[in-house]
Design a protein around this ligand. Structure first.
Ligand SMILES: [Zn+2]
Length: 116
């Protein structure tokens, strides 16, 4: 789902903190705010114009990718009961999901707009 916050809050690509950079096709149009990641900045236009259904599917797939990465982290720890994680491990688990989501969104949107 595209987020058009009146002010920079969430990056329209990776959902991390947005800065003052954004994409809008012309003045007076809603702005898709972006973070400082150069790849997010270059993908802002593609996200802005992506069909909502395609974007929703892409986000769902990126979230599944992130879940797989977080699952791989749990496998490395050998812990599958989340209540057994230490505070640090829980933090790493959550950070893995957050970062992997952004990485996979950038990768999937790049692939979707790549000329073949
Ligand atoms: Zn971003």
């Amino acid at each position: 789902m595209r987020v058009f916050d009146p002010e920079p809050i969430c990056c329209g690509v990776c959902r991390r903190e947005a800065t003052g950079i954004g994409y809008a096709p012309k003045q007076g149009k809603p702005v898709l705010w972006l973070c400082e990641e150069p790849e997010c900045i270059s993908l802002g236009k593609a996200i802005f114009h992506m069909m909502p259904k395609t974007l929703t599917v892409t986000e769902a797939l990126a979230l599944q990718d992130a879940g797989a990465d977080a699952g791989a982290y749990l496998e490395r720890l050998g812990k599958f009961n989340l209540s057994e994680l230490t505070e640090k491990e829980w933090s790493t688990f959550l950070t893995t999901i957050l970062n992997a989501y952004g990485e996979n969104m950038r990768k999937r949107v790049t692939q979707a707009i790549a000329p073949f």
